[in-house]
Each structure stands twice: as structure tokens, then as C-alpha cells.
Design a binder for this molecule. Sequence first.
Ligand SMILES: [Zn+2]
Length: 314
Amino acid sequence: MKTAIIYHPDCALHDTGGYHPERPERTQAIEKALRDNFADKDIYWLKATPAELSRIEQIHDQGYVRKVEEACLRGADQLDHGDTHVCVDSFAVARLSAGGAMLAVDEVMQGKARNAFSIMRPPGHHAEHAQAMGFCLFNNVAVAARYAQQQYALKRVAIIDIDVHHGNGTQHAFYKDGTVHFTSFHQYPFYPGTGSRSETGEGEGVGSTLNIPLVAGAEYEEYQLAWDAEVEPALKAFQPELVLISAGFDAHQDDPLANMRLRDEDFYKLTRLIKNFAAQSCAGRLVSVLEGGYNLDALARSTVEHVQSLCDGE
Ligand SMILES: [Zn+2]
């Protein structure tokens, strides 16, 4: 089987205006790098389709979804805080981005793909129930996790967030849930401020949030140590039936927005840890969803390492 790459040329229509780190060239650079480096025997390409609003509204407030649509169509250029910029096409592209993550789930759950990577933007993991945040409109990975549960009757789904920023929106979506386990590796203290060790879930969700805050300057070895000591044991105990990766590449040492020291090949190794776990835990069912990564060259090289790892045998 092959790895599915979910993409759409309309990602370029989400115009964040002037110089903005979360820009159309990101997904274009990834697409070019993957087309240049992978043959048809290893990967296949599928165009994303828009998420139904009812799927997005499993994670987001209905009034918020309407507000995003209305703001985009009326020509607003930002949603809040000044860092989440939009244009007239952004609502449609955000639906595609969420739909891309769902399509990746379909390909894997229906046994069509060995695993899948959705290279769509805007990213999603900062988006809260009723608030856009940190370049994110809708929480793609959270929408996909809930979709997987509802469409394929999965009881337990794990999300592993390797973006350098804490996935606050994803954590909050499932904080009291217990059926979705959320792990985040991130620089801390750092934007968005959440992600301390003491945040472990509430109610039914106690123990299903695992934060791995790492100090600025951390290298791959620290990720590996935390994986071995804490993350893998927790995930083994949880026994997920599907693993999702919130795949941010901004922990790269060349990234302009953060201060970690991962190198290109570390994304291969990190992906391999997760992939090997998925192979043991859930027949290899693994879906990766793009989040951040803002140095175009480092982003392109890192995603090649990521996909190489998704394609390789154990
Ligand atoms: Zn990030």
C-alpha cells in the first residue's frame, strides 16, 4: 500500500495579506518537494473535499462557524488578536482544510492507504470552540478525530501534537472527554501560554491529556527521552484504534518563530517512533495533519523526511 497525500490548489487562495508567516507558499513548497522526491509507487495524491458544516460543528460553536463565514464574505481581513488574517476565500479554504483531514481518515480507515498526510492550510490546533487563534480558523485534527469516532465507530483515538507551539484548541476540545487522548510536545513557556504538566484533563478526561513541555533549545534526544519514559507508556495504556499527528514543523532549528533545535532528519526519527507505535497498537492506522512550519526550505525538507518515514518499513 501507499501513503496518501491530501492536497488542494485552493489552499493558495487563503490570503493572509502582505508578509505573514502562514502564507500560501508553505503548502506550495511542500507539494513541490513531495512531487520531486517521491514516486507514484510510494505515494498517491488526492484532492481535499470541503467538510460538511455539521462535522465542523461537532468541535466548534455553530454561531462561531457562521461568524467566520460572514466575516470572510464581507471582506474582513482578520478575525481576532491581529494574527489570524482572512480574505474572502478563507472560509471555503478552511472547510477544505478540515475536509482534507477527514479524507485522510477515510483513506486509512477504509484500508486504501498505508497511512496519510494532509498538507492543507490554514492550520488548526490553536482554534478554540468559539474563537480563531494563532493563524487557525477550524481545528482540523480535532474535527478529524471526532469524525473518525462517529463514522467508523472508534472508541479511542490518540492525537500526538509535535508542533512547537502547544495545541491549546485540541487540548480543550477533548479535555473532559476521555475517548480522545491528547499528547503535546512543545516549547514552554511560550505561545500560547498553555501546556503545563499540570494540565492533565478533567472529569471523564482525567489522565487523557499529556503535556511534554520542553525548554527552548531542546534537541531530538529530549523528545526521544520523553517518548520512551512517558508518552509511549501512556499511549500503550490508552490503546488507541487510530493515531493522528498534528504535524507542525516549526520545532526545526531554522524556524523563525521558535527556538528548538530539531534538524531535518529528526522529523524522520520522530515520525518513526509514532509510526512504530501505531503499527503495534492499531494495525498502523496513522493520519498526519499539517500544522505549522515557517521556514519554507526547512519545511520542505522536513516534510520529505516525514513522508519518507511514513513510506518506509519498520
Ligand atoms: Zn506552531
